[in-house]
Design a protein around this ligand. Structure first.
Ligand code: ZN
Length: 153
């Protein structure tokens, strides 16, 4: 079976930064399964996996633009210091979970000023060129229920 739309792909993967730092990996875990052709994984990787067969390995570079997007300076927003719990010592580079217009995500303190804190609400991997080493473990047809839901069961 080959990777094509409306098929479920199971794969082992290792995600590294352009510098070679490991960001995420399925090592020691079950392979990751996703429904191909439904935008469930980043676009640049999905495109490269198209047509690959079971057992095949792929080494894929994905530019930031096709991964989590370029780093957008407009997504660095000012927050009042009062919005933070009093017992937390704020530090630059500190990350925390926050509600943003894009949903709940990990955000980072970019800069601490007199009254305000500049908070970077970009995706943590925004602006990063990514590298994936992937091994396709299994490709199967999706069930009609999976297709209806747009994800793997
Ligand atoms: Zn479902």
């Amino acid at each position: 079976m080959q990777v094509k739309p409306d098929h479920v792909v199971s794969m082992h993967y290792k995600l590294t930064s352009a510098d070679g730092d490991v960001i995420d990996s399925s090592e020691g875990r079950d392979p990751l399964s996703y429904l191909h052709g439904h935008g469930n994984i980043i676009a640049g990787l999905e495109k490269e996996l198209e047509g690959k067969a079971e057992g095949e390995k792929a080494s894929v570079d994905v530019a930031a633009k096709e991964a989590y997007g370029e780093h957008d300076p407009e997504l660095i927003v000012d927050a009042s210091k009062e919005q933070f719990p009093e017992d937390v010592e704020l530090k630059e580079g500190m990350t925390f979970q926050a509600q943003t217009p894009q949903g709940s995500r990990i955000v980072k303190i970019d800069e601490i000023e007199e009254e305000t804190v500049k908070v970077d609400t970009n995706h943590p991997l925004a602006g990063m060129d990514l590298h994936f080493d992937v091994e396709i473990v299994e490709v199967r047809e999706a069930s009609s229920e999976e297709l209806e839901h747009g994800h793997v069961h």
